[in-house]
Design a protein around this ligand. Structure first.
Ligand code: MG
Length: 293
């Protein structure tokens, strides 16, 4: 019988609470290499071959502790490429829905966004339709929208900066728009960004979008392309929330569903549903003392 690869479980509590932390630590049978990644908040350890994710969820639930959990092979957990979706992942909004609000068509646009992110309708067609509803919007509204509506999700910058300091390449791949990815990339420190282009003429949006549209396949291609220099996609961590992120999430060495639609959460390696983007660092074995802001 060949020796199996040791698996490590990382547990990040929803709340930093000393008593919950001790309870959680005591409720999961960790075998060795137990490490406190952040006191009262996150820990990890090697688990037995028979222990499943459901066992850990049940153990935590039975003592009333909410946490995000990741089980993965112990080897090569620190990734060399960070590839992230932007809307509802790095930022708390869907840019197109916010723009639509300025154009007075938010209800129509956000209904289409929701269906597209759930995977109920095709991404490309949904994007074309929504952008057409922004026709004649003054382009100065884009900056106003960014300044007044867009907020970085907690941990976005720390995730990017900490991985960069450790030598990783950091990339945003978004089905949104370059106007926003450029600004979010700068705010967090991402090395590069890719997204769609809103076409403008005479100071107004034309209602058109640059072709080809960056959607699900383009995100997967970006993952493959950027990970080549690191020996392949096993070296990548991918994070997203929508159906158009699913291909890159399942193809990456570690794919994380971030407060994701059910379709995405069901197929990702692990999920963040209770905590913030810093959990993607804990899942790779980083300690809080190593975080860079
Ligand atoms: Mg998204």
């Amino acid at each position: 019988m060949s020796a199996s690869i040791p698996r490590i479980a990382t547990i990040v509590l929803a709340k930093r609470e000393a008593r919950d932390f001790e309870t959680a630590l005591g409720s999961i049978p960790l075998l060795e290499d137990v490490a406190i990644l952040s006191e009262g908040k996150a820990f990890e350890g090697v688990i037995s071959e028979s222990l499943t994710q459901a066992d850990i969820v049940n153990a935590l639930e039975s003592c009333g502790v909410k946490a995000d959990i990741c089980i993965q092979p112990q080897k090569d957990r620190k990734k060399k490429l960070l590839i992230c979706d932007m809307d509802s992942t790095l930022i708390g909004q869907e840019c197109i829905d916010e723009l639509a609000d300025f154009a007075g068509v938010k209800d129509r646009v956000s209904a289409i966004t929701e269906r597209a992110m759930r995977g109920e309708i095709g991404f490309e067609g949904a994007l074309t339709e929504r952008v057409s509803l922004l026709k004649d919007l003054d382009i100065t509204v884009l900056q106003k929208c960014f300044e007044e509506r867009i907020t970085l999700n907690k941990g976005a910058r720390v995730l990017c900066q900490t991985m960069k300091a450790d030598g990783a390449k950091t990339v945003i791949v978004s089905g949104g728009f370059t106007f926003f990815t450029q600004r979010v990339a700068t705010a967090c420190g991402f090395d590069s960004h890719q997204a769609n282009t809103l076409i403008e003429a005479n100071g107004k949006l034309t209602g058109g979008v640059g072709m080809p549209i960056l959607g699900r396949e383009a995100k997967l291609e970006a993952l493959k392309e950027h990970s080549t220099e690191f020996g392949g996609r096993a070296a990548a961590i991918a994070i997203g929330d929508g159906a158009n992120d699913l291909a890159m999430i399942t193809a990456a060495g570690l794919g994380i569903a971030f407060y994701a639609k059910p379709l995405v959460a069901a197929e990702a390696h692990c999920a963040i549903n209770h905590t913030d983007l810093r959990t993607a660092l804990y899942f790779q074995g980083y300690r809080e003392s190593e975080f860079i802001s």
